[in-house]
Design a protein around this ligand. Sequence first.
Ligand SMILES: *[C@@H]1O[C@H](CO)[C@@H](O)[C@H](O)[C@H]1NC(C)=O
Ligand SMILES: *[C@@H]1O[C@H](CO)[C@@H](O)[C@H](O)[C@H]1NC(C)=O
Length: 470
Amino acid sequence: MARQAQVVWLIVAALLFGSYHNHVTAQQDVVIGHAISLQEQLARAHRENTRLLAMYNHIVHHRPPRILQDKTSDVQMEFPSGTEDKACIGGPQSLDGVVAAVVIITFNRPAYLQKHLESVLSVHRRHPEHRERFPLFVSQDGTPAHEGVANMSKSYASQGIRYMHHLELEPPKTLTKKENKAYYRIANHYKFIMETFFDCFKYPRLILLEDDMELAPDFFTYFEATAPLLDSDPSLYCVSSWNDHGLEKFVSDPLQLQRSDFFPGLGWMLTNAVWQDVKGLWPHAYWDDWMRLSAVRKGRQCIRPEICRNFNFGERGSSKGQFFKKFLQYTRLNDVDVDWMHTDLSYLEARRYEEDMNATLAAALKQSDVTLAKMASGDVLLEYDSQEHYEKITGQLQMLREWKDGIPRGAYRGVVTVRQGNARIFIAPSSKFKPPDPNAVKSAVKTDSTGALVRKRDRKAAMGLSHVAT
Ligand SMILES: *[C@@H]1O[C@H](CO)[C@@H](O)[C@H](O)[C@H]1NC(C)=O
Ligand SMILES: *[C@@H]1O[C@H](CO)[C@@H](O)[C@H](O)[C@H]1NC(C)=O
């Protein structure tokens, strides 16, 4: 019996030992397995860590320093190409503190664009707040886009210039074969810009620049100070930095601003409200002359300075007449940094401006001889009875003489103001004046080098036929 028990014990012991041994081996395997897996994880984490570190170092050392400092680095610097009528190439932008978005219109002149951008930036940087108040954009026309201009624009991204491109889906259809398609393309490009900035981005105001302009030092503060006037006075159409009679010899006061019925364009600001009013009828071409039609303008006026706040250095371009170019080079660019934010502008209020003008005209010395008027000192009044009479007077003064839809360039209620020596000359309609007959204007569409109408008789005179009765 005892021997049997011994054998049983031995078997039990052997079984127990075996199971114990098996158990320990299994446990060891699990532990070793864990250890290997942890080691693998560690190695992986280490590799990942090295990779991230390398990435971090790469970013830190290769990132341009501006982005590290720029709290607005999330601002979109390039937009997808867009076309008018399908203009939303992005949602509303940040409008915090914005006075007006500034859009530079460009096409195919990289050297002009560079000169212009340098001028814009040098004025823009005068006040750090401009960065927020006047966000800068370039909008390029042309399909395909001129590569040099696109590259030039994008190379200014680090200086805050954002880039967009107006795409043409199909060439414009001109009304007549003789017409230059450029006028149609420009109108479409402006439409694209207005829709993008007002309808999509929802900016309150927009300043439009062209790539051949040099800016005056107070360019942006001038627009900042006049923006509230534009908002509060429904009889205002725009603020412009341009005076059509801003030639060196005709201007002297950097502080003087004027109201005008003639839309000057050329470096100008409009509100979203004005865009909403005109956009439904936006023309296929000649947008600036369209803005000058009384049916579109509806009696509204623009504010502009006596001394221009931009100088046009362009020698070629599609939208300016020859006669206009002839005068451009003599324009005076303001060089005084006027403190517009602390300048009283209440004299520009519509009613007061009209009363002041009436009082000034009533007090001015009436003169009919242009030579005597030029030699006078103080305020002089030269009256005209007709458009032809106006052209005669302004011809003697060697001014631009052009009229558009019954309004002389630069006029306020028909009154054009220029300085000559010590005189301030008001060329004003007399009580006999009758607005030009629109049909007569249509029959004489040719203009001479000053913008005056070339009438039938004049053409004969030009051909040496002045003795022939008409
Ligand atoms: C514009 O930039 C691209 C990309 O850097 C380059 O390949 C091209 O040659 C540039 N073109 C001009 C005209 O500068
Ligand atoms: C200014 O003069 C014009 C022309 O005589 C007149 O029609 C207008 O009512 C006057 N305006 C004011 C505000 O006196």
